[in-house]
Write a protein that binds this ligand. Structure first.
Ligand SMILES: Cc1ncc(C[n+]2csc(CCOP(=O)(O)OP(=O)(O)O)c2C)c(N)n1
Length: 581
């Protein structure tokens, strides 16, 4: 049977078929749909959202040494957070099959950096599989779990945005129940550094065995051509681009990109006059080939390291004629900058921060858009949780007017240790926690502050205010995020407080299913009262546009009834539609 699946859905399906019994992860584009698919279609795999990627990895590691087949999912930068565990796991090795998804994002469609995680895998000595289509997403997860059990090693499955988010036909199968492996308490294998030293040679032994395996690995496929002038070494989605742009070329498609097959690469390259190494991201394969002494290769000097590849980019780089125009018939996309949703509660906070003219140390979430026009009221954004540490550092550098802003999910993910640190080191930090009960930016997933689990069922809800007080924060205030004036006044008090203070701006994400299902009574503009002062436009709500007569008009089907435009109207011309019924 075949199904038309997203790359991520194919991974989920493959994990289910392979008998996976534990899945953990933290949302991050482009990996998120894997756990969402498992939760909706394959709950037998026991999926969950963890507090962050390190926790997810460690839970997965425990389940795998406990004998289960395990999948752990995250985006590329998530592996930085999990790296502590990732680097040490190969020393003990696993019992049940363990695959970690690293969803890389060349082109930074939704990420804070470009990062090629094959390098992290090489540092950790963890084998890497790279699928080139949805079918392989499905097949490689099954093969990866088997490989992991065969070599007792964790395995990385590296996807990229196009692989994770393209759709293809996938031959699917049934679920296979796999017997749980035995966990034997063994400190010499799983514990202290003094024993771990004895494990060190095991890591090299496994790596050497994997290097031998790479030479005959069925995922490394040679497609020879009779024309021996041009060969291509490639992996992942770029394989598809190569087939489109250079159908006549001989191809070595590497499905396993760490460890790399030295003999196979040498053999392949000796058969062609010139070999192009076409890989998105860093010159990972290319550098290896150059280190082998292979000289007839061309790579990054032609194709570049920055951004995504595409058939057109390859065509340009190889001077193979103009790339075809993108297919746009019947498509009328209006360009627009990223913006907060209609009714998003973050708006009032950024309006207030702009008004207060403070330095804002931001974080990773929908509120990164506070850095963009019209607010331009977020001045730093680095990585998850950094808002607090950076604010403490700026304070030390004399910028005492700094306010840190973080979302509920990011606070739980990486904001707790720096807040404890700020209290401990007697900072005067002011922190705003934007509590919208969701991990909004990645699609409003559940988190420990939302009171729901991955299935949407009730779960223990983290009480953020008690928690901050327990950490020793002297001033903790909770404010309705849609209450403009209260937000400004509460922020003023928090900034004036001599000691660490937290403002929790609370209001549910408009994209949560329960918010979307509400019966909303929209606001409308009573033109007789409107003086066209344009104050309501300064709310920057995408639901407010203009009539031909220059009056504001609110799209009834978009209005979330957040009330903010009505709060700013000086003539009370904005009213609930029911007032006119
Ligand atoms: C280390 C890392 N993990 C995951 C992500 C993906 N990601 C981007 S924003 C975000 C969380 C957003 O949730 P929250 O902080 O609650 O803010 P909201 O978007 O709801 O405003 C996540 C998980 C990331 N960028 N970096």
């Amino acid at each position: 049977m075949r199904e038309f699946l997203l790359g991520n859905e194919a991974i989920a399906r493959g994990a289910w078929e392979a008998g996976v019994k534990f899945v953990s992860g933290y949302p991050g584009t482009p990996s998120t749909e894997i756990i969402e698919t498992l939760a909706t279609r394959f709950p037998e795999t026991n999926p969950r959202w963890s507090a962050n990627e390190k926790v997810a990895f460690e839970e997965g590691m425990g389940a795998a040494i406990g004998g289960l087949r395990v999948l752990v999912t995250m985006k590329h930068v998530g592996l930085n957070v999990a790296a502590d565990a990732f680097m040490v796991f190969p020393y003990s090795g696993t019992n049940g099959g363990f695959v970690v998804i690293s969803a890389d994002d060349p082109g930074m469609h939704s990420s804070q950096n470009e990062q090629d995680n094959r390098y992290l895998a090489r540092v950790g000595k963890v084998p890497v599989l790279e699928p080139s289509d949805a079918q392989e997403c499905h097949d490689f997860i099954i093969a990866g779990l088997e490989l992991s059990e065969q070599f007792k090693s964790p395995v990385m499955l590296r996807t990229t945005t196009r692989i994770a988010h393209h759709k293809g036909l996938v031959e699917v199968g049934e679920r296979k129940e796999v017997e749980q492996k035995e966990f034997v308490r063994d400190a010499k294998r799983f514990s202290v550094p003094i024993y771990r030293l004895a494990r060190r040679p095991e890591v090299e032994k496994t790596l050497n065995a994997l290097m031998d395996y790479a030479e005959t690995c069925p995922f490394n496929r040679v497609e020879h051509s009779d024309n021996k002038s041009i060969g291509v070494v490639t992996s992942g989605i770029t394989y598809q681009y190569v087939k489109e742009v250079m159908p006549e070329a001989g191809v070595l498609r590497l499905g396993m990109t760490f460890p790399l097959p030295a003999k196979l690469l040498r053999e392949f390259c000796s058969a062609y006059q010139t070999v192009y190494v076409i890989e998105e991201g860093e010159p990972f394969i290319e550098e290896y080939m150059r280190n082998l002494g292979i000289t007839n290769i061309k790579g990054k000097e032609i194709f570049g390291v920055i951004g995504e590849y595409s058939p057109g980019r390859l065509q340009n780089a190889l001077a193979l004629g103009d790339p075809p125009e993108p297919y746009t018939e019947g498509v009328n996309l209006i360009p627009r900058p990223p913006m907060m949703c209609v009714g998003c509660g973050h708006r009032t906070v950024f309006a207030a921060l702009k008004q207060l003219k403070v330095t804002v140390s931001g974080d990773i979430g929908c509120y990164t858009m506070g850095a963009l026009p019209p607010y331009e009221a977020e001045h730093t954004t680095f990585c998850m949780g950094a808002s607090i540490g950076v604010a403490v550092g700026l304070e030390q550098a004399g910028h005492e007017d700094t306010v840190a802003v973080i979302g509920d999910s990011t606070f739980i993910h990486a904001g707790i240790p720096p807040l404890i640190d700020a209290v401990y080191n007697k900072s005067h930090l002011t922190l705003v926690i934007l509590d919208n009960s969701a991990t909004g930016m990645t699609g409003s997933q559940q988190n420990p502050a939302s009171g729901k689990n991955v299935f949407g069922q009730e779960a223990p809800k983290l009480d953020l205010e008690s928690f901050c007080r327990a950490m020793g924060v002297g001033s903790v205030e909770v404010v309705d995020t849609w209450h403009r004036k209260e937000i400004v006044n509460t922020l003023r008090r928090a900034i004036a407080y001599k000691g660490p203070s937290v403002v929790i701006a609370r209001g549910a994400c408009q994209q949560l299913p329960e918010m979307k299902k509400r019966n909303v009574i929209s606001f409308i503009v009573e033109e007789e009262l409107c003086t066209q002062c344009d104050a309501c436009f300064k709310v920057w709500c995408p639901a407010i546009t203009r009539t031909d007569q220059n009056y504001p008009v609110i799209a009834a089907n978009e209005c979330t009834s957040c009330t903010v435009c009505a709060q700013v109207c000086p003539t009370d011309a904005i009213k609930l539609a029911e007032a006119f019924a």
